[in-house]
Each structure stands twice: as structure tokens, then as C-alpha cells.
Design a binder for this molecule. Sequence first.
Ligand code: NAD
Length: 323
Amino acid sequence: MAQRYGTGDRILLTGGAGFVGSHLSDALLARGAEVVVVDNFLTGSRENIAHLVDEPRFTLVEADVIDGLPVTGRFDAVLHFASPASPTDFEKLAFEVMKVNSAGTFHCLELAREQGARLVLASTSEAYGDPEVHPQPETYRGNVNPIGPRSVYDEAKRFAEAAAAGYRRIHDVDTGIVRIFNTYGPRMRPDDGRAIPTFVSQALAGAPITVHGTGGQTRSICYVSDLVDGILAMLDSAEPGPVNLGSEHELTMRELAETIVELTGSRSTISYLPRPTDDPELRRPDLTRARELLGFAPAVSPADGLARTIEWFATVASPTSAL
Ligand code: NAD
């Protein structure tokens, strides 16, 4: 995919102080672009972007995207990544999740419309719900429980997708939707409730690893640098999507726990807790579209990516704060 955005371009990124957003900020700056992040630190952190504050091409606007985008000037692209994304947030921040993906998405779409800018929307594999088709191609319309505990996230992202597709169809805005599957790496919150930060924090603290159910449920895990490459390829393209981005390396939660125990050299044992309601049984992207349209080729193996993540958690994050 030929690079379309880089030096001289001004890019608005919502959620740029979050896990994925901060890595995207790094990658966009490395391309020579100017990056304006709008973030209210609801689930992101100042530490994630502390290394960028002296960068002249980086601007932080501390604001809630639900209320609008208090930015001025020209924008060549808009990336809408602001949204709590962890299962623990689906209850604590249920309505913030719904509003940032509805009102927040409209603000981003309006800006992209005014500016004639490309817009990339961060959607999710959760749009497929608890899938009855495996692996999941983009043509699969999903199996979401609209009133279940995950629905505030799943349905909000489906709404955001509908809004983006509508702006393309009705207002001719150059929108692109990426459906992101489980991604991991440095700068995840140790206490965010997702399996990898939880298991790594527990292993580093020598505490029991808490696996849900029998641990036979699967996830495919994608290292964050691979995801960022896919997002930038989507930005550079004119594809409407949705395009799945993730990894085809499927692991059971039990295998993941065992690998993390091994890589950390921990003496943690594995303990089994009840499964949360509507927790998907199987999750793996069909990446045919991403490969064909974007040349997407994730390169980091789970062993390498987990080792890098463990190193970051061991040296930077507080390993005990999740416990
Ligand atoms: P994150 O919580 O680390 O980042 C989200 C960022 O958005 C945070 O910095 C938060 O402060 C900010 N934010 C939230 N609500 C806001 C608001 N109203 N106004 C301004 N800023 C706000 O989550 P993440 O894992 O980096 O996810 C980023 C995006 O990617 C989300 O849209 C998420 O749904 C999507 N996604 C992530 C994954 C994954 O595996 N990490 C998977 C699927 C989809």
C-alpha cells in the first residue's frame, strides 16, 4: 500500500493517549505527520504520551469527544479511536462507551466532512458478538445479544459503523472501518481486565493466574505494532471496509496462561473462575480481505510479542496494581 499520509499532513486522533492510540501517535509522527490528539484521559494516561510532549509536531487537546472537537485548522485525516475498550469498562463506563461511539463518532464524521478528510473508525471484533461462524469474515453479520452486559460496547460500535457507512453513502465522506481483534503490548493498563495484562501482572507477582471457565475458549492475539501497520495501511487506502485486523494465531486461554507462566519464569499456579456472561467461545479473524486489500501481514510471533510485553510490565508498569 503506497503511503498517502506523512510529512506535511495534519491528523486528528481521538483517544491518542490510550494503548493503541499512543502507538499510533508514535507511528504517525515517525512518518513526519503532525498529530493532534483529543483525549480526556478517561482510560488513557499521561505516561503513554509523556515522551511526545516536547515534540513540536504533537499537540494534546484535553477534551471529551462526546461534547465535540475543540480544534481548529486544516485536517487531512481523522482517526476515531476514543472509546473505553476493556470488559471491566462495559459496566463502569457503560454510557460513556455508548456516547463516545455515537455522539463522538458524529463529531468526527462532521469534521471529516467539512475538511474533505479520510476518516478511519476503530471498530471491533465484538461487532460479531459470540460468533456462530469461525473464523469470522467481514461478511458475517454477527451474533450480538442486544441487551447483554457487553451490548453497550458491541452495539455502540455497530452503531458507529452504521454512521460511518451512512456518511460515505449519503455525504460522500472517505470513511474506512477497521474491526480490531484482541491486541496486546506495552501500555495496556495492568488492571484493565483483559486476559494478557491480568495474566502477566499475576505471573510477575507470583499470584494465581485466574482463567475463566475451563480455559478452553480461544482468542487470537495480535501484537500492537502489527495492528498499527494495518491501521496505517487502511488510512493510506480509500477502502470503506469493514476490514478485520488482528492475528490468526489462535490460543486457548489455558495455553496463554501457561505460556505467560513459562516466559516470566513464575511459580504461579492456574486457578479457574466462572465464565462471564456472553464471553465469546471462539474468536479468530478471517484476514483474507486485509491481506488482499491492504497487504496486511502480521509479523510478530506470540512468543516475541509476549516477551516484549512482559518486559514492559516488569520494568514500567506496576505489576501488583491489578491484584
Ligand atoms: P484505551 O482505553 O487504552 O484507549 C482509549 C482512549 O480513548 C483513552 O486514552 C481514553 O482516555 C480515550 N477516551 C475514551 N473516551 C473518551 C472521550 N469521551 N473523549 C476523549 N477521549 C476519550 O483502549 P484501546 O485498547 O487503546 O482501544 C482504542 C480503540 O480501539 C477503541 O476504540 C477500541 O474500541 C478499539 N479496539 C481496541 C481493541 C484492543 O484489543 N485493544 C480491540 C478492538 C477495538
